[in-house]
Write a protein that binds this ligand. Structure first.
Ligand SMILES: *[C@@H]1O[C@H](CO)[C@@H](O)[C@H](O)[C@H]1NC(C)=O
Ligand SMILES: *[C@@H]1O[C@H](CO)[C@@H](O)[C@H](O)[C@H]1NC(C)=O
Length: 608
């Protein structure tokens, strides 16, 4: 990329004071240099892995727009498509649930979410694995989201089992053929889930390699169409998409094939050949993905010589950016419908009391943006402050204990400021409890942490990958999380940028954020950022609690989150400690999330 392609958002800068973020109390976005969207004949907006963040990130200015703002944005973008005689389609690739109070805090879960989510007019939508872990979540999907989106919902390799009759039925139609609004282009669309096996027993996921051999699929890929659109809860570099690509391409040597993926929580894009393009649009409603394709799309003009051009953009989800891309301002941007949806969200958040503050975080605690161990590491905070206080069992308070905590149990950073009910679900959405094995010889127990933290597997012969105890972002670290040479992508010496209407001494301040490197290049992000640091964290951290002042204990209680029981047992076995599931007991009542909230209530100031 070149900095020439960057347009400075001088319009934005002027509007900074009036951006009025949609959820009350959400952080105000900061003006930043922008890259424009490139429109083609067929254009897409894409969300994935939103995990309940439809209220936006109230504490992070860069991602503070909500689902209502996205409704407004889509309305303006569709209007522009109509005016230009091109087409715009909206796509969502699943994992809409679990991970934010707006979904998780209600009883039953999702009480408000289904009605809020459906307000967006999504053209092609499919299921993620998080819709399927718990039977009642899959029921909710079948009862609400599938009918809410009717013929827009696609389930190419997913069946649902009716709880009453036991009947097996497709979760939704297998594929969809439709015409675009303005150019009447024929689209054949599929909706896939990766070869997921952890689903509850009321759904059946068919492996993708089997689905592409089904007669309905082979028939569908021989339909007359101008373009194939494959959406999936699948990483764009995962084998499932390549299998689908090969199957379609075999029958259709010249037709463009567009892929929308997700699941791995990263911004990513790639191509499988010069007539295909694949985009993944991040996580947690931080990103709205943009894809466009241009060229002679009508199948009558297909030829080996006539190619296509594809573009992608990762839009940071904040009002300044959304206004910038629509050429509107704080007054003209919100639509009636968008405002109503923002109001629905505010009402739900209010009824769920999500802003109830357990306490005020005195500073920001990072998962991987600052080194562990360190003053700003959330894991050092847990190890040194929280665990020593909460790992207490009244009946065993005199027994020294080693408390082991897997880093993957924490899902998000804690920002300076109010730590609210919402924050508890964001930081620690799992219902993990503290369990223990009593009276383990210390010379064995002390060796466990190192075994858990070695990079590969505890023993070569086991299939238990230690990395599954750590944060999922580390699994794809080789792809696009760590950027070795950010300085060459973004010229931090902004004096060379000669921004429009700004002299060099008033150069724009770059905030930290995504600096994506995908298979296409380094110009995908709509906003120029300084790169975010990424420090690798261990799989597990450990606290010594109630240890003698001097010397070593003979035996300890080995305390750990129930999730990592299999790894703990395996590690003990390696050092000669034969224990089984029967030796594992509950150490303390309540979930770890509740303990953490309780600790904050007692130890952090109540008000900011
Ligand atoms: C799923 O598992 C539950 C609990 O074990 C059981 O009651 C139910 O009958 C099972 N359902 C199916 C469709 O197998
Ligand atoms: C927004 O809400 C108002 C008041 O409830 C209602 O009258 C109006 O029809 C809604 N508009 C849209 C576009 O949803």
């Amino acid at each position: 990329m070149g900095l020439k392609s960057v347009t400075i958002g001088s319009v934005i800068a002027a509007l900074a004071q009036t951006a009025a973020a949609s959820q009350p109390g959400a952080a105000e976005p900061v003006p930043a240099p922008m890259r424009d969207l490139v429109w083609g004949k067929l254009n897409f907006l894409h969300t994935t892995d939103t995990h309940g963040w439809h209220g936006g990130h109230l504490q992070e200015a860069q991602y503070s727009a909500d689902w209502g703002d996205y409704v407004s944005f889509a309305e303006h973008m569709r209007k522009r498509a109509d005016e230009d005689g091109v087409d715009l389609l909206l796509v969502d690739t699943g994992d809409r649930v679990e991970g934010n109070g707006l979904y998780d805090a209600s009883s039953p879960k999702g009480k408000y979410y289904y009605d809020i989510y459906r307000e967006q007019d999504v053209d092609i939508i499919c299921t993620g694995n998080h819709e399927l872990y718990i039977a009642s979540t899959a029921d909710g999907e079948h009862l609400y989201t599938v009918p809410n989106f009717k013929q827009h919902y696609i389930a190419s390799n997913l069946d649902y089992i009716d709880p009453k009759s036991g009947e097996i039925m497709p979760m939704a139609q297998r594929y969809r053929k439709f015409q675009t609004k303005n150019q009447k282009l024929d689209v054949v669309a599929f909706g896939f889930l990766f070869d997921f096996t952890g689903n509850a027993n009321n759904t059946i996921v068919q492996p993708v390699r089997e689905t592409v051999r089904e007669k309905w699929f082979q028939d569908a890929i021989q339909e007359e169409t101008d373009v194939f659109v494959v959406i999936g809860h699948v990483g764009v570099r995962m084998p499932e998409f390549k299998t689908i690509f090969r199957a379609i391409r075999k029958q259709n040597p010249l037709t463009p094939i567009l892929f929308f993926g997700g699941h791995v929580h990263i911004r990513d894009a790639t191509t499988y050949d010069e007539r295909s393009f694949a985009v993944a649009s991040g996580r947690y409603f931080e990103t709205i993905g943009w894809m466009s394709v241009d060229g002679e799309l009508e199948r009558t003009s297909l030829s080996e010589d006539a190619g296509f051009s594809f573009h992608r953009r990762y839009i940071d989800n904040n009002l300044l950016g959304l206004q910038y891309h629509t050429g509107l301002d704080a007054t003209t941007f919100p639509t009636d419908h968008g405002r109503n949806v923002s109001a629905m969200i505010a009402k739900a958040r209010n009824e769920l009391d999500l802003d109830y503050a357990f306490g005020c975080a005195p500073k920001t605690l990072w998962m991987s943006r600052s080194p562990y161990p360190g003053d700003d590491s959330i894991y050092s905070w847990l190890e040194e402050e929280v665990l020593p206080d909460v790992v207490v069992n009244p009946n065993r308070r005199d027994v020294p204990r080693l408390a082991i905590f897997n880093t993957g149990a924490i899902r998000f950073d804690i920002f300076k400021g109010a730590f609210t009910r919402d924050t508890t679900f964001i930081v620690s959405p799992f219902l993990s409890v503290l369990t223990y094995i009593p009276d383990v010889p210390y010379d064995k127990a002390r060796q466990v942490i190192d075994l858990l933290n070695n990079a590969g597997k505890i023993m070569e012969s086991t299939s238990m990958d230690n990395r599954f105890m750590a944060i999922p972002e580390q699994l794809v670290i080789h792809e696009s999380i760590v950027h070795e040479a950010p300085e060459s992508d973004i010229n931090v010496d902004a004096s060379q940028q000669k921004p429009l209407g700004e002299s060099a001494d008033r150069r724009p301040h770059l905030t930290e954020g995504y600096t994506t490197r995908d298979a296409i290049g380094t110009d995908g992000d709509d906003t120029l950022h300084k790169p975010v640091n990424f420090y690798v964290v261990p799989n597990c951290v450990q606290a010594e609690v109630g240890f003698p002042q001097e010397g070593e204990p003979e035996t300890v209680d080995l305390v750990f989150l129930d999730f990592i029981t299999p790894w703990i047992l395996m590690a003990l076995r390696v050092v000669g400690g034969e224990y089984s599931e029967e030796d594992v007991q509950l150490y303390a009542e309540g979930t770890f999330t509740d303990m953490m909230a309780g600790w904050i209530e007692e130890n952090w100031p109540k008000h900011c």
